[in-house]
Design a protein around this ligand. Structure first.
Ligand code: PEP
Ligand code: MN
Length: 328
């Protein structure tokens, strides 16, 4: 936003009035001797242009069209299968195995997790594996097992579509349709997922900027998704001690500045189970509306991502987060 002052305005008083309203302003050097202008920088509190136009010192306010107008109107809360997720709501936990390995396995996970108060069951039927030789998921049967297990224990299903052709079968069983990190930059998939009318869990690309992430959400909203929940899952870094770098700055930015529902995935970020609980708590403290974590009853035998799987009995610790900031 650019605020142009009247020619006779007291520049310092005008600056004070803007700063008092929570704006970060920078004097705009236009080079000539035209009117004084202030640029309102990113990170400022959201203020309606009309409020500034009504100030005595201000001649006009111009706004650049937003690149994501639909996302700008997105609320801080989203309802998924009767559960409200977002700013001010109780933190949600989505838990379950990396991949749905067997009918019995997913029933056991649902039984154990629901007893611990977890209401969202995760699990991949189609796995976007880095290597073509790794387990690729059981596909359609796994979707069916997952839905049956969730229904048996009163849970909601979160599962991923890795290609346009999987969108319809996934949408049939998912309460929240997941787009994975490797696919955030895949507009035809975003569009197909959005057209199902399901809310979308949009994982951040591992090398995506916040702007690209927001625009991927705009794709979903502009093609009919009723809502988007963002998921920060770690960025590609240079250090091998953790699998990725969990970007808590972006979690805080989305929650506190944009006031959007964002959850965090400490499992894929850390890549190791000993860091999941502290990272999960840190994400909640930064404003995350919830966590998605991988669990497995016998991590050593998991068909995918065993090293980062928590045993379900650790879930209680994850849920008793000592510090949670509200994005008020
Ligand atoms: C997953 O959640 O199953 C997954 C593959 O995560 P990501 O897309 O973040 O790598
Ligand atoms: Mn995984």
């Amino acid at each position: 936003m650019i605020v142009t002052l009247r020619s006779n305005a007291d520049v310092e008083r005008a600056r004070e009035a803007l700063v008092d309203r929570g704006l970060w302003v920078e004097r705009f050097e236009s080079g000539g001797d035209g009117p004084v202008q202030f640029l309102v920088r990113a990170g400022s509190r959201k203020v309606e242009p009309d409020e500034l136009r009504s100030l005595e010192q201000v001649a006009s306010v111009s706004t650049r069209p937003s690149p994501h107008p639909r996302l700008d109107r997105h609320g801080p809360l989203v309802e998924v299968g009767g559960v409200v997720i977002g700013i001010g709501a109780d933190p949600v936990l989505v838990a379950g195995p990396c991949s749905v390995e067997s009918r019995q396995g997913i029933f056991d996970s649902a039984a154990h997790l629901s007893r611990l108060g977890v209401r969202f069951l995760r699990g991949g039927a189609y796995k976007p594996r880095t290597s073509p030789y790794s387990f690729q998921g059981h596909g359609a049967p796994a979707l069916r097992w997952m839905r049956e297990a969730a229904d048996a224990y009163g849970m909601r299903v979160v599962t991923e579509a890795i290609g346009v052709e999987q969108v319809a079968p996934v949408a049939e069983v998912a309460d929240l349709l997941q787009i994975g990190s490797r696919n955030m930059h895949h507009p035809p998939l975003l569009r197909a997922a959005a057209e199902t009318g399901k809310p979308i869990l949009l994982k951040r690309g591992m090398a995506a900027t916040v702007e690209e992430w927001l625009l991927a959400a705009e794709y979903c909203l502009c093609h009919g998704a009723p809502a988007v929940i963002f998921c920060e899952r770690g960025l590609r870094g240079f250090d091998r001690f953790t699998r990725h770098l969990l970007d808590l700055g972006s979690v805080a930015l989305l929650a506190h500045v944009y006031r959007l529902p964002v959850i965090a995935d400490p499992s894929h970020a850390a890549g190791r189970r000993d860091l999941i609980i502290p990272l999960g708590h840190a994400a909640l403290a930064a404003g995350a509306a919830g966590l998605i974590v991988e669990t497995h009853a016998d991590p050593g035998r998991a068909l995918s991502d065993g090293p980062q799987a928590l045993r379900p009995d650790r879930i209680r610790e994850l849920m008793s987060c000592p510090t949670r900031t509200s994005a008020a």
